[in-house]
Design a protein around this ligand. Structure first.
Ligand SMILES: [Fe+2]
Length: 136
């Protein structure tokens, strides 16, 4: 839940050192000793792909990707919520992102490249919730 609330904290003007919000947010959270939270924030919504597009070569050295159920859950929540807080499908969310940024922007390219992983993550989250008796 903390990662869900804080995943975009790197957009805060006072924290935007590099302009890449997952990295800026993760470094800020790490400064408080919140290593697990920092790693989740660093990798939300296929951020490692965007880091590569932005020329940040050592991203996973600084923040190793765990590939955990929590990583999938955070990205699933991010991509299931519209900018104004409505519940949406991942497909509709990606369409909105591509429309907002334009298809050539690194953010749009990142989410489009991430779709297979987002689909796998969605199924993993749904399966886990079903096993726990929680409906989505
Ligand atoms: Fe984000």
């Amino acid at each position: 839940m903390a990662a869900a609330y804080l995943h975009d904290i790197g957009y805060a003007p006072g924290l935007a050192a590099t302009g890449f919000h997952p990295l800026d947010g993760a470094r800020h959270l790490r400064s408080f000793g919140e290593e697990d939270l920092a790693r989740l924030v660093a990798h939300h919504t296929n951020a490692k792909h965007e880091a590569g597009l932005r020329g940040i070569e050592d991203y996973e050295d600084e923040f190793p990707f765990g590939g955990t159920l929590l990583d999938d859950a955070l990205t699933f929540c991010d991509l299931s919520t519209s900018p104004d807080g409505q519940l949406v499908t991942i497909e509709d969310r990606l369409a909105e992102i591509v429309e907002r940024y334009g298809p050539d922007h690194v953010v749009a390219r990142t989410v489009l490249a991430g779709m297979p992983g987002f689909e796998r993550g969605r199924e993993r989250v749904r399966r886990h919730c079903a096993e726990a008796g929680v409906s989505l």
